[in-house]
Ligand binder design. Sequence first.
Ligand code: B12
Ligand code: SF4
Length: 619
Amino acid sequence: MPPEVDSRTVDSRLINYLGELRQRYAPQRRLLLVQPPQFLFDAVNLEVIRRRGYYAYPPTGLQWLEIALSEMNDIQTEICDLNLLLLQRLIDDHAFPPEDWLNLLEQQLEQFQPSVVCVTGLTVYADLFSPTHPIAATLRYLMEAGRYIVMAGGPTVSNEITGYLKSGLCHVVVDGEGEYAIRHLLEALFEERITTPVVPNIYFSADALKAEGTSRPVIPLGNLVKSYSDIPVEQYCRAGCLNPYSRMVGQDSPYAVFQLNRGCRCNCAFCGVRPFMGSGIRTCQLQPLLEEVRYLVEERGIRHFEALDDDFLANPETTAAFLKGIIPLREDFGITWAANNGLITNAITPELLELMRATGCVGFKIGIEAGSTEMLRRMKKPGTPATFKKIAVLLQQYPEFFVGGNYIIGLFGEETFGQMLATYQLAIDLDLDWSTFSIFQVTNNPGSLSEKLQAMSGSATDFIPTKSIASRNLQEDSSLPLGAELFGLPHNTVPGRDLLNNIWLTFNLLANYIGNKNLKPGGDASKFVRWIEAIRISYPENPYMCLFAGLGRVVMGDRERGLEHYAACCTLLGQSEVWSQRFERFGLHELVKIFPRNDVEVYSGLEDVLETYTLPVSS
Ligand code: B12
Ligand code: SF4
């Protein structure tokens, strides 16, 4: 029976299409929500997986969809996090070939026997149609089975909506937030009466039609507690990590996520949040959210959290109320949390920092992005170098946080080397614990990503270039300047991709390692070491991380551990001509020849290296 509809709140083309699907598949009310692997198989590094260095995020988006459907009659839902299952399998069973991962999906399908399968996904940008791309491969597998109504959504799919529908990879795509859309879709599929209005972020059929309706940003109601019955949340830390912060607090510390606000007040030109989430901030209900966090801590043993928010400080009073609400969990269970996604720099206040201190915040990133005023203006970043400096000074009073600044180089494919130097300069002036440099990528426009990638000369991969390749080592063109030579580049040069990689490598080494404030007198070497030892997990072949972890240990007075790192560095250098040459070009070989014995030798050794660089003058 077609559902009873009110023509003002439905799109008849969508209703007809779903009617056709109903006829073709005779679906039962069983819905499987799938998160495919979140990494690309072409760049898989099994050693890093086994060291638990890959992302393992609970599937928050799918959990919200499950909650949205929980009030519908008799809909049975189950969440299958294939990313988790695959990581667990690869860690436990060394004989398991990663390319057999679809067998894990097949097992879940067999067990649950769904009629509708919803697929989410977030991967780095790559060919989204490739036979090995985890999202495309999952969808293709499901469609070829010919037994399921297949719906897709999430950030990556939102970049290829038309292409995915037109190539028959799914029946429906939902762009952006999915709660209202999924509820409407399932009502139209299963219910006799449709009670929810159509929303225009639904795309459907092989013609990629867009539903006509009134846009309604989702107001998140309630919490995710019920959905956690499906999620073995305490096992995620055994399979991977959230980011270096979760590894820093201890890889065995069970972790989860929370989200207070959806959306972001800002609309930075390079960022995908506004196009994906729409404008405006929607705040979760405070008490239910606190209940969720309390449940995770008290009943599931979670001890570390990551804030998923794009704008955690959007409403300072609510953020303060939330933080006050979790103080007892800090006091009774020693919880920690971090905000790797970043806080809006100008929204940071002493009051909030005090509450962050009282709730076990281990660190956060702040969005700076560029040092040149014209680039900041062009990207509509709130803040100026002067306002960033003011906050950086304030942050020096909170040395217990590990604070990283986010910076982008190669902006819009047009940034000059001189403008990049201004960014480097600002990073040095702000003197934070870390400066995360990333290479600019196209992420912020809906439409076809493949076309945009072609326009941007080749495929974009990870923001952090060393993560794009299985070995996590950059292969450089040795004829291009690197290290000290790089600073002789004419300031009006607009570097291409290879040169950008060299600039990235040089800025990263100089700002974060050779010139790191925590490896100078008065710095906190132990904080530096905890961070480097946490990031090293993901870069087993990187000798400079070993060298600097070793130097940090020496400054801490732990020469024994320092020598272990040093030995690992020498082994890696012995195995790699490329790295040995790079060490020479960066001036690091002297530190390897005579490894410092104490803090004073580390300080002076690093100063000597810095002196070999003619750096821009500090403003
Ligand atoms: C946490 C996070 C991550 C985590 C992973 C989170 C996860 N669960 O997988 C990590 C740190 C790994 C990550 C990495 C990256 N991320 Co990220 N990440 C986020 C962040 C901050 C929050 C995501 C989240 O959990 N949201 C909360 C839940 C509730 O939302 P959701 O998952 O999107 O689900 C909703 C909808 O998407 C929809 N939905 C989702 N799936 C489905 C399926 C169906 C069938 C339906 C109907 C609906 C639906 O309904 C859900 C409920 O509303 C977002 C910012 C944002 N505003 O979304 C950026 C964001 C998603 N990331 C982004 C990017 C670019 C990346 C990277 C590609 C960056 C890079 N090049 O390195 C990497 C690549 C990931 C990888 N695998 O290597 C962009 C994506 C832009 C775009 N449209 O392409 C965002 C929007 C941030 C930004 N600044 O632009 N990320
Ligand atoms: S402040 Fe951050 S999340 Fe918000 S638009 Fe800018 S970059 Fe994106």
